[in-house]
Write a protein that binds this ligand. Structure first.
Ligand code: PHE
Length: 529
């Protein structure tokens, strides 16, 4: 990078002055050049061993504009005295017209006290033929030396707003071992010619500047949501959770609602709340899906390598009986089954096969739990992906968001265990002292909303929803009666907005997003609040 003109000058000026003066003092020898510029010039020379320098911190006393005018024209009391001396005598009410209001006010008192003038009737008359303007002399001395050793006087002058203190760095500079009158011409590239001729042996190569910042790279970058998502994935993975395949946004009412024991009259199943797909008009009945099944196999196999105990077989599920499941779901809604009285309404297969943009990732958890029923065993699953709700868009709501969801299946689970798990989970993002509020979900009983105290915002905020899945949901799948399943969900957007200090969700997602902002956001760590 070529030097700017003034930088080249400072560098050359330093070399020039070192010819005749050593060491030089930058505050003295280059008083009007900016600190940063001096430093840059010295570093440039020092990196070539052309100079050596030391920095010294010191404090300078500088005059205010008022003090500068006192040095130029004399103190207020001097001006009053001078006016009286020049005129022989001055009527008291005239003095402000001659010396100005400010000088008249401050200066008269001081001139009386110094016995320079006195009052005679209505006039000011002279007492001293000659005077010493001590204030002016004092300030003049400060102007020249930029110092004042008498602390008491210094504080007085500060109070009278005649001086200010500033910190300065002074560099004392001397010649280095490679000092020269000019920066020698430096070679920046090693060429084939130089190698062939041997010129490289004596060439003066420009030193590397390891402090230079690289040119900004026009590279891609992860969206803040993806950075926080990765943090959550790591929390789940570290606790033995297996990721669920959430790679389809469209699902049938069966997986999104019916299998979760959400009645067909439930308000969530209304166009007000849910986006329905009109083409194709309806879904197939639930059936085997080899691709998603294979994805899930791979995810579980990977996790088993890390977490399985020696006696765990990791048997693959047997083939699933979807027809039986379908009938059980219908039965539990319409007539009651598995010890439940059900809802007792005429259940409609058409309603069940309507296609929706999934309203929660619990649709996928349901699919995974039905799979688990073929080989029931303790298991942990999670997903973080997009869900869709027909909501009014405002500063904190969009019609789509990301849901973080976790599911834990085991024997002998209790509500207290769920609370303990959630406390542990949320503490990983700095949220302590959770509070749980009873809530309602058609598919969990009991259900709890989760609140956390956010230290930054200094208030309680709702951070998630949770519960133990109902027998009406689990038993139609064929899961054993004594198996319990925790479920919990939260949004990815909320912690991301908190981490990045974003108040409006539209700055994070959608067409108003500033791509430069996205690019410049640093990585985050969940545990650092
Ligand atoms: N599906 C719930 C939601 O949309 C979250 C949840 C998942 C609640 C699992 C309980 C169990 O908020």
């Amino acid at each position: 990078v070529p030097l700017k003109a003034e930088e080249r000058n400072v560098t050359q000026d330093v070399l020039d002055l070192l010819e005749t003066k050593q060491p030089l003092q930058t505050s003295e020898d280059f008083p009007s050049i900016r600190q940063a510029e001096i430093k840059a010039a010295l570093d440039r020379l020092a990196s070539r061993s052309m100079v050596e320098y030391e920095a010294h911190d010191s404090e300078q006393v500088l005059l205010t504009p008022e003090a500068e005018s006192i040095v130029a024209d004399g103190s207020h009391e001097y001006k009053v005295w001078k006016a009286v001396k020049d005129a022989g005598q001055v009527p008291v009410k005239e003095i402000a017209n001659i010396v100005g209001a400010e000088s008249a006010k401050v200066g008269q008192g001081n001139a009386f006290r110094n016995k320079w003038i006195k009052k005679d009737g209505d006039s000011l008359v002279l007492v001293a033929e000659t005077v010493q303007d001590a204030t002016r002399d004092l300030l003049k001395g400060i102007q020249e030396t930029k110092t004042l050793s008498d602390n008491k006087t210094l504080n007085e002058l500060k109070k009278r707003k005649l001086v200010t203190l500033t910190k300065v760095i002074d560099y004392s500079v001397k010649k280095g071992p490679k000092y020269a009158k000019e920066i020698p011409v430096e070679v920046t590239d090693l060429t084939a010619d130089m190698l062939a001729s041997g010129a490289w042996e004596t060439a003066n190569f420009k030193p590397y500047n390891f402090n230079a910042l690289g040119a900004p790279q026009d590279a891609g970058s992860l969206h803040p949501l993806n950075k926080v998502r990765q943090e959550f994935r790591n929390v789940f993975f570290s606790q033995g959770f297996v990721e669920m395949p959430t790679n389809h946004y469209v699902d049938s009412g069966f997986w999104n609602f019916d299998a979760l024991f959400v009645p067909q009259q439930h308000p969530a199943r209304d166009v007000q709340d849910t986006f329905f797909i009109s083409d194709p008009p309806k879904a197939d009945k639930p059936r085997a899906d080899p691709i998603t099944e294979a994805t899930m196999d791979t995810m579980e196999a990977g996790s088993r390598k890390l977490f399985a105990k020696p006696n765990e077989t990791g048997d693959k599920p047997k083939s699933r009986d979807f027809e039986k499941y379908w009938q059980n779901v219908q039965e539990v809604h319409q007539n009651g089954a598995f010890g439940s009285v059900g809802y007792r309404y005429p259940w409609s297969a058409d309603e069940c096969l309507r296609l929706v943009l999934r309203t929660h990732t619990t649709a996928v958890s349901t699919w995974v739990l039905h799979r688990l029923a073929e080989n029931p065993r303790p298991a942990r699953y999670f997903s973080i992906d997009r869900v869709f709700r027909n909501e009014t868009v405002d500063a904190t709501h969009l019609a789509e968001f990301h849901q973080i969801e976790g599911v834990i299946a085991d024997f002998g689970l209790t509500l207290g265990g769920l609370m303990r798990f959630l406390e542990d989970f949320f503490s990983k993002m700095g949220l302590e002292n959770l509070r749980f509020k009873p809530a309602y979900n058609p598919y969990t009983e009991p259900s709890m909303e989760i609140f956390g105290f956010h230290k930054g915002l200094n208030r309680w905020i709702e951070i998630g929803n949770s519960g133990l899945f109902r027998p009406e949901m689990l038993e139609p799948m064929g899961l054993p009666k004594d198996m319990r399943v925790y479920g919990f969900g939260l949004s990815l957007e909320r912690p991301t907005m908190m981490k990045y200090g974003v108040n409006n969700i539209r700055e994070l997602l959608g067409h108003k997003v500033d791509l430069t902002w996205i690019k410049e956001q640093p990585a985050v760590r969940l545990e650092k609040d």
